[in-house]
Ligand binder design. Structure first.
Ligand SMILES: Nc1ncnc2c1ncn2[C@@H]1O[C@H](COP(=O)(O)OP(=O)(O)OP(=O)(O)O)[C@@H](O)[C@H]1O
Ligand SMILES: O=C(O)c1ccc[n+]([C@@H]2O[C@H](COP(=O)([O-])O)[C@@H](O)[C@H]2O)c1
Length: 192
């Protein structure tokens, strides 16, 4: 089985994540896509980060009706911050018959050379990249890399940062968030 892994903070999960994950499941040779909720990105401040259980719960709500997508909280039980190579190694040991493929947005590809053991990641895994408006240039070392494929998919100018700002300012985030996620955020008054 070929499993795509979309790692993320999902703070909160938005329709950009859902379109991206579903696009990869529908338009590539992947059998399924798992969303891996990261407690702590090594490069991001934790100040605006919602508790990991809330973020996981919202991912579960958002993908509940999509049989092509799954979610894992595997990084909750691993050392923090969350280094992707360590999680990939763990998953490989846990599911030795599965073939894991890394999925990321173009903004993350731009920072990949700064990730822990990034060369090992590229030695061992294929990477599928979803284009993203405003992403920094792909570093030269990665341009045309045999293991990296940028998929031709519709650009989505949506970010969790923008959604958090709207919520803080009391502006509507309707349609930017999946409905149950929207209701959960309103009910718990998150990000406000
Ligand atoms: N609109 C988008 N287009 C392409 N990729 C995206 C988009 N939104 C998120 N991603 C990708 O999804 C993964 C998880 O993203 P993340 O949870 O950080 O969302 P985000 O919207 O970038 O959050 P924030 O604004 O808080 O940085 C990353 O690989 C990111 O590049
Ligand atoms: O392994 C690393 O060095 C590394 C450096 C930066 C980001 N990551 C991971 O990349 C994922 C995307 O993060 P984010 O916050 O943009 O959703 C998340 O799972 C991070 O833990 C991993």
């Amino acid at each position: 089985m070929r499993v795509g892994l979309l790692f993320g903070s999902f703070n909160p999960i938005h329709i950009g994540h859902l379109i991206l994950a579903n696009y990869m499941a529908a338009n590539t040779t992947l059998d399924t896509v798992w969303l891996v909720v990261s407690p702590q990105n090594p490069f991001k401040p934790s100040s605006s980060l919602l508790h990991e259980f809330d973020r996981l719960h919202m991912v579960r709500l958002a993908i509940a009706d999509n049989a092509d997508l799954g979610v894992t909280d595997i990084e909750f039980r691993m050392p923090k911050p969350s280094y992707t190579i360590d999680t990939l190694t763990y998953l490989r040991e846990k599911y030795p018959t599965y073939q894991f493929v890394l999925i990321m947005g173009e903004d993350n590809l731009a920072t990949l050379p700064k990730w822990k053991n990034y060369e090992q990641i590229l030695d061992l895994y294929e990477v599928l990249v979803y284009p993203r408006p405003g992403s920094a240039k792909v570093p030269e070392a990665l341009q045309g890399h045999a293991k990296i494929t940028v998929v031709p998919a519709p650009l989505l100018d949506i970010s969790a940062t923008f959604i958090r700002k709207c919520l803080k300012e009391g502006k509507s985030t309707r349609y930017l968030l999946q409905e149950e996620v929207q209701e959960y955020i309103q009910a718990k008054k998150l990000y406000m």
